[in-house]
Design a protein around this ligand. Structure first.
Ligand SMILES: C[S@@+](CC[C@H](N)C(=O)[O-])C[C@H]1O[C@@H](n2cnc3c(N)ncnc32)[C@H](O)[C@@H]1O
Length: 207
């Protein structure tokens, strides 16, 4: 069952007003582009899943580069904003479990700043489940707030309970689930918007 997202439902309009740009930095865009190249090179077709797609910026970006994007989010409010901004795309109710999505013909799964809202044990379970259902060669891109301390710790996110992972710890979770890490980035907070380091991690399902 899709988890309720009352925090994001209430904030969705504000979120859309405050975050008009698809990417917060050139690095974010480069990470999505590198993931997209990897997915394209897998020869698994052109279907990408965007988990916790929010207001649909990245789903729209990937659609514009030729992918068919299955965009899912548990928040009704965020999906409504996504539909307003991108009436040509479809946004469905689902969460990190991806219980409504057939992953058997999917080339890649992107989860930007959405698995942060899943408790650590749930992240591990979701990753293992995705790995068991994705075809060999499919890739995943995860992004989230990070930490310089080992392990994973809850932090005071403004909208919903959230956890930030040390890059080695999220890499270990991804590897334990059955993926092979391809690359990762760690960026440091610039003045203003970001409080924490952030990671992007790309990994591939190889059987
Ligand atoms: C910070 S926004 C990120 C949105 C988008 N991925 C982006 O990169 O702009 C976090 C999103 O994660 C979604 N979310 C919260 N809990 C989730 C869960 N358990 N599974 C998947 N997505 C979740 C929220 O509804 C929200 O839209």
């Amino acid at each position: 069952m899709t988890a309720e997202q009352l925090g994001y439902d209430k904030m969705a309009q504000t979120y859309a007003d405050l975050i008009p740009d698809t990417f917060g930095s050139p690095l974010e865009q480069a990470a999505v582009d590198a993931f997209a190249s990897e997915a394209r090179g897998s020869d698994l077709g052109s279907t990408i899943v965007d988990v916790g797609c929010g207001i649909g910026h990245v789903a729209a970006y990937l659609t514009d580069t030729g992918f068919t994007v299955l965009a899912v989010d548990p928040s009704t409010g965020m999906r409504e904003q996504a539909e307003l901004a991108h009436p040509d795309l479809e946004f469905s109710a689902d969460d990190a479990s991806l219980s409504t999505v057939d992953l058997s013909a999917v080339a890649g799964v992107v989860a930007r700043y959405s698995l942060i809202h899943v408790p650590p044990i749930g992240v591990r379970e979701a990753l293992a489940d995705w790995a068991s259902r994705l075809p060999s060669g499919a890739c995943v891109l995860l992004a989230g707030q990070s930490s310089d301390e080992p392990g994973v710790a809850e932090f005071d996110h403004a909208v919903a309970p959230a956890w930030r992972w040390h890059p080695d710890s999220i890499a270990e979770a991804v590897t334990d689930a059955g993926f092979t890490e391809l690359w990762r980035t760690v960026s440091r907070p610039a003045e203003g918007f970001h409080r924490f380091p952030e990671f992007h991690l790309c990994a591939k399902r190889l059987r």
